[in-house]
Write a new protein. Structure first.
Length: 308
């Protein structure tokens, strides 16, 4: 199929490559000339820096797929795109948007006669070779229209992608996926920290990680990545113990609260990320002073390296 893909970052650039190599015709758009230049010579790909030129180059009915940061940037560009499109054209949002925002944007696009599909995309930097996990929300007709591209982007034509439901379902499903990811990563990190703490007993933690990758109940791609990191212990020593959190973890916990469905593991994993960012420092300082006040317990002065 012919389509325009806007946003050639780590995900968008490699998705464009996979589509082009899969036989599709992709007009790739990014204002950054270096991002466009990186795709020069890719089969089936025509890099452009101008969004109007890219839309004009595609025959109607058009498909424009956005891979942009969720929020103001993405919605601003979607509004710009909608002004260039005609009734019957289709906009695809592949960013990690809040599903409620996706439903709101879809209603606005519908008023202009445009179709809208939200796609949660997983796979990261490995997606080009391994394929992407795709969670899709939209009408049956719009998703069927997009299916040739979905089948190419997925690990195989018939696996790794799902039409999860109407508009909003794609980003909602990706939100929950990322919440699960938070919990799984936290469990792995805590488990290996326990092994590392008993170095006199478990003398080769990287070897344990490698062994667990085969035949065990917890074998997974996340475990594969963890084992790869543990091979090079020196790399960990240069990394600050600060873990960022993206919106999806917060939104998953919010949904847990809104629906009354308990999600204690995901919530605890999110709280741990907040703590790693220094957001728990005041409470910990206060706790130390409480212990000092009632029991005379010693307090430790802040080290310069602790400043954030």
């Amino acid at each position: 199929m012919d389509l325009t893909l806007v946003g050639l970052g780590r995900m968008g650039g490699n998705m464009t490559r996979r589509l082009g190599r899969g036989g599709h015709s992709v007009t790739a758009v990014d204002p950054n000339p270096e991002a466009c230049a990186a795709l020069t010579g890719e089969p089936g790909v025509a890099p452009l820096s101008s969004l109007p030129d890219a839309v004009a180059a595609q025959d109607a009915p058009r498909v424009v797929w956005l891979m942009l940061p969720a929020g103001t940037v993405s919605e601003t560009v979607m509004d710009e795109v909608s002004e260039l499109l005609s009734p019957g054209d289709l906009i695809v949002d592949g960013g990690n948007a809040d599903y409620r925002d996706s439903q709101r944007v879809a209603a606005r696009m519908s008023d202009r006669g445009l179709g809208f599909v939200d796609v949660g995309v997983s796979g990261g930097v490995w997606g080009l070779e391994e394929g992407y996990g795709l969670m899709v929300g939209g009408s049956v007709a719009d998703v069927e229209r997009l299916t040739p591209a979905l089948r190419t982007l997925a690990p195989t034509a018939d696996s790794g992608w799902v039409h999860a439901g109407p508009v909003g379902a794609g980003h909602f499903t990706k939100m929950v996926h990322n919440g699960i990811e938070y919990g799984a990563m936290q469990a792995l990190a805590e488990g290996f920290a326990l092994l590392e703490a008993r170095g006199e007993l478990v003398t080769d933690v990287p070897a344990v990680a490698q062994a667990w990758r085969h035949g065990t109940v917890i074998r997974s791609w996340l475990l594969d990545l963890t084992a790869s990191v543990l091979k090079d212990d020196e790399s960990l020593r240069d990394i600050a113990p600060i873990v960022a959190d993206s919106g999806e973890g917060r939104w998953t916990v919010r949904e847990s609260i809104d629906t009354g469905v308990p999600a204690p593991v995901i919530t605890a994993a999110l709280m741990q990320r907040f703590s790693s960012q220094g957001n728990g420092d005041f409470a910990n300082q206060l706790l130390a002073m409480m212990r000092n006040s009632f029991g005379g317990h010693a307090v430790e002065p802040r080290q310069e390296s602790d400043d954030r």
